[in-house]
Design a protein around this ligand. Structure first.
Ligand code: M6R
Length: 612
């Protein structure tokens, strides 16, 4: 998604803005731009593609000026070409924007009627013209900015600069987040605190509906009604976090390798290892403590990989806690008119905590009076702040667009919650709790062992790189994991992949099987292993090329010569979805590297999807 940066500084800001934009690259973008104020002239440089193109422009034709705004654009309205890149100008006004202005057509029509000429296909340009119109109508810059913001419908975060004001940026949010950074004689703004980490760790987050007047030495925040409000300054951990690749070729690989550690950190937050028991800590509103014993239904809502973490947990909650679970992709959930149970709870899972579809689902449940819980990786996020109970994952910043460590940390939280729910609901005895807790605590060690399989997985990945289609099969918790495998392969390598519940294959998709079709089968040796092997034999009989991910017992019992295998260590059943995620991720990663795609920022994708 688009990234925003602004600096009211005391030194030339263009290079600083580009530096901050680089820290927002992980969000995904397809063009970028910077505008600064030089004397009384607003000037800008914009470029299609990666920031390196913008830097080349800036090197050839530098921008001076101590105040500026910058942007990375993920195209929504209009192609990713220079003319649509931000900042957008209207006479003496420059604007950068993240989100969608839903009423831009009406506004554009009216502005064109008022004599304004549009030079782009974007929704953003209406904002620049609206502000310029306010100025033309005699408003002061701050009034004109506020007036424009109040005319916008939709989800947006934006920043506005004026050719007449060397000490003023006005910014606002309605949906996507905005962080204000406090410096010494300089103020900053950014789409997140990570962008501002080189400059400051003193951060104030705007709340929904807030808009802010930023000057070199001060800022004033107002709410939607124009009333001055106080928002706390926080010490961000963004600056303490490493946002580089270390020795790894890609952020994704680094994040895959971080998993033993971050799974351990995350589990330690929910498990009392000394007492061998689940200790469900949350950082939410303690007025509404979470009590699984009184629930009669849990509905889980999320998108993409987070949805698949939720899907996995449906098996855990139903099996270990006898708690019925509905699981929905967020974009479908809110339009499904779901009847809500008075004793139900709604759980939202999101790495970023800002995903617009998931947030919309949360608002729907809030209106229905549901108890709201969230699993997020970004603690300051909107979803976290809107929930009664918050269960953070401790994955650290995830920069690769493909979710890896956030997924396994979500699974770690969900497994802990499911066991905790089982205990609270009286379906897990103390003896079983001790066993399950000890099994969960083994997850980091197994994850570490599995990372050693990378070379053999890499060799298998090369056999996928020239394929057009790949199927993934699994049963039980390995079915959502099969879906995650297919999602990872698609988004990273652009190879078409589909996942099926292994038993479903014979009901149609088996027609796809021929000698050209690779089929990845996820099947640890467990109580349903035999059933999965039967499905695998159906594939083999039709010439399909099987890659079996199993353990030594599974490899032996499968009794099939000539199939490719990834042999995992034998491990307790409850942690298999967490640990089997790693070969799935490495397979997709190495296939993509071999194909030659942009692993950390696959085409068309954004890290944080703040539009519906
Ligand atoms: O930030 P969120 O967890 O809410 O994001 C949800 C999805 O957009 C995300 O998981 C997406 O599917 C990933 N790119 C998958 O790797």
């Amino acid at each position: 998604m688009c990234g925003i940066v602004g600096i009211v500084g005391s030194r030339p800001v263009a290079p600083l803005i580009v530096d901050a934009l680089k820290r927002l690259e992980y969000r995904g973008y397809d063009s970028a731009g910077v505008a600064t104020l030089e004397g009384e002239i607003l000037d800008r440089r914009r470029a299609e593609g990666k920031l390196i193109n913008l830097e080349t422009r800036l090197n050839a034709s530098p921008l001076s000026g101590n105040i500026g705004i910058g942007h990375t654009r993920w195209a929504t309205h209009g192609a990713p070409v220079e003319v649509n890149a931000h900042p957008h100008f209207s006479s003496n006004v420059a604007v950068v924007h993240n989100g969608i202005i839903e009423n831009f057509r009406e506004l554009r029509q009216a502005l064109e009627g008022d004599g304004f000429t549009f030079t782009s296909q974007t929704d953003t340009e209406v904002i620049a013209h609206l502000v310029a119109k306010g100025l033309r109508d005699g408003l002061e810059p701050i009034e004109a900015a506020h007036s424009a913001i109040t005319q916008l419908h939709g989800a947006f975060a934006l920043a506005i600069m004026f050719g007449t004001e060397a000490d003023l940026i006005v910014a606002g949010r309605n949906g996507p987040p905005l962080a204000i950074g406090h410096g010494e004689g300089e103020m900053y703004l950014g789409s997140d605190a990570v962008a501002l980490a080189p400059f400051t760790d003193r951060i104030t987050y705007l709340e929904d509906g807030d808009w802010v007047v930023i000057r070199r030495n001060a800022m004033t925040i107002y709410n939607l009604k124009g009333v001055e409000v106080n928002r706390d300054e926080q010490k961000s951990i963004g600056s303490a976090l490493m946002v580089d690749k270390g020795n790894h070729r890609h952020f994704m690989l680094k994040e895959i390798y971080e998993q033993p550690e971050v799974i351990g950190h995350t589990l330690a937050n929910y498990i009392d290892f000394n007492g061998d028991k689940i200790a469900l800590r949350d950082m939410g509103d303690n007025q509404n403590p979470l009590d699984f014993a009184n629930l009669d239904r849990l509905n889980i809502t999320a998108c993409g990989t987070a949805y698949l973490a939720g899907y996995t947990s449906k098996y855990w909650f139903e099996r270990h806690a006898r708690l019925p679970v509905d699981i929905d992709v967020a974009s479908e959930f809110r339009y499904r008119e779901v009847p809500m149970s008075e004793k139900g709870m709604s759980l939202f899972i999101s790495q970023s905590g800002e995903t617009a579809d998931t947030l919309a689902g949360l608002k729907y449940c809030e209106q229905a009076g549901q108890h709201l819980a969230a699993i997020v990786n970004v603690r300051e996020s909107t979803i976290a702040r809107s929930s009664h109970n918050v269960f953070p994952t401790l994955a650290g910043p995830e920069i690769g667009v493909a979710s890896t460590k956030a997924f396994t940390c979500q699974l770690s939280v969900l497994a802990s919650l499911a066991v905790g729910a089982g205990v609270q609901r009286g379906h897990i005895s103390r003896e079983q709790e001790i066993k399950l807790v000890r099994e969960l605590s083994e997850a980091p060690r197994y994850a570490n062992d599995v990372l050693k399989l990378e070379d053999s997985i890499k060799a298998l990945a090369h056999t996928l790189a020239n394929k057009e289609h790949v199927l993934y099969l699994g049963r039980d918790t390995n079915y959502p994991l099969a879906m995650e495998g297919a999602l990872k392969l698609k988004e990273l390598s652009y190879i078409h992949a589909e996942a099926y519940a292994a038993g479903e294959l014979k009901h149609g998709p088996i027609a796809l099987i021929d000698e050209e079709m690779p089929v990845v089968v996820i099947a640890p040796y467990d109580r349903i292993f035999e059933k999965t092997v039967s499905n695998m034999q159906e594939v083999a009989a039709r010439g399909g090329q099987i890659i079996l991910i199993t353990d030594p017992r599974g490899a032996q019992e499968a009794g099939m010569d000539g199939i490719k295998t990834i042999i995992m260590p034998e491990m307790p059943e409850i942690i298999t979805p967490i640990i089997y995620s790693l070969p799935i991720q490495m397979l997709a990663y190495h296939t993509a590297v071999h194909v030659g795609t942009d692993v950390d920022q696959p085409r068309n994708l954004a890290k944080s999807v703040t539009v519906e």
